[in-house]
Design a protein around this ligand. Sequence first.
Ligand SMILES: O=C(O)CCC(=O)C(=O)O
Ligand SMILES: [Fe+2]
Length: 431
Amino acid sequence: MWRLRRVRTHLAALGAADPEPELEPHPDQTPPSGRQLRVGALTGSGFGAAVLGVDIAGLAAAAERSETVEAVRGALAAHQLLVLEGGASMEQIRAVHVCAHRALGCEPMIPPADSAGGGGVQALDRAANDSGNLDFATFPGFSESAVFGRSDAVDWGGLRGFVAPSSDLAGPRHQFHHDIAMGERAGPLPPVVSLYCAEAPKRGGGAIPLPTGGEIRYAAGSTLYASARRALELAPPALAKRARRMVCCNRNVFVTSAPGTPEEERYPKMAPSGCRPASPPSAADLQHAAQVRKEKLAADNDGNHLGGDEFDRSRVSLVQTGADGSSHLLVNTLELDHLEEGGVELSWEESMSFLEALMERGTQPEEILVHSWRPGQLCLWDNRSVWHSTTPQHAYTGLPEAEGRRLMARTLLPSPSWQPSTVAADAQEPE
Ligand SMILES: O=C(O)CCC(=O)C(=O)O
Ligand SMILES: [Fe+2]
């Protein structure tokens, strides 16, 4: 095993490029072989790891081999999030994802190369929006990957135009979430999600103050990660015990306001913790979300959804147990309607206050990973046991194009072979 001497990326000087990791052989080091990946932990708890000595192309080339899958399995189980270097084509990104899915015991859905037949996640193909903004447009032939960021001139992977940051993510605060609304009627939650960085802002940054008195310092364009496994471990025992009795009743879609809503009124405004919206959505926000969900279902012919166009709710256990036996939280407060505890419905405010307290220790600056991007990096993570968040866009949107460009590809590969548990954790095992 190898360790990084400099373990905390969030201590990197604001705006400065990350220094190259320095390798320090651990005393019980075994020589790297085909059977293991050399990884260096990025936080004191071991959450997140840099993959060393193997680039994206190298991993993609070996992705079919069982020893590679085994090595990725071990690394993801131990660290939940891996950072790879090296620049990549979409084919290579896909190969690495397929390998990561298999490592997690899930078979990924891959959309068919031609558009006929409608299998997989084909229905998620998305073009530029009406104003020509490529925000979350999918790459031709890779409808699981979408571009986002900020650039006046994009010419990448068959996408041409401009990309302006979506205002859903534009708030001054962070918002920890798992990607994609969850629940048996929402479509499959992708077990693996990744971000690939083609361009990163060259300067700028800031600090997000937390209600606990600390602050999250970030370089412009950074992404925040927190472990939903570590959060459960660190939570006060009485709260963790209650959590095991709880079920999340989800709205099946992220709730956001209708386009055209003035910026300052857009939902969600996050609480300073970054763990929950500050106030419940309005009737108009909910109506818009119901419409979005209806359109999603109408466009979706993949047979994985139960259908129906009502704004229904689905139930997912708050505490989930992974294949390796470790437990983690699975909750997205941007889509939560309410919690149920032992069959009793909690109010929206009770639910959110409880979750905020439950998530607090795991989302403090010393626990989270602040990833400041270098172009050519790929972060891939277990989307079930990791929360992520964008950092405030004002840190780079005011910079000139040459310095403030941010170009990212996000990949979601859902799997039909994994579904969250819908029964409260304490009901899954005898007392
Ligand atoms: O901007 C980022 O770094 C993360 C954005 C995000 O959460 C997403 O694309 O789902
Ligand atoms: Fe996200």
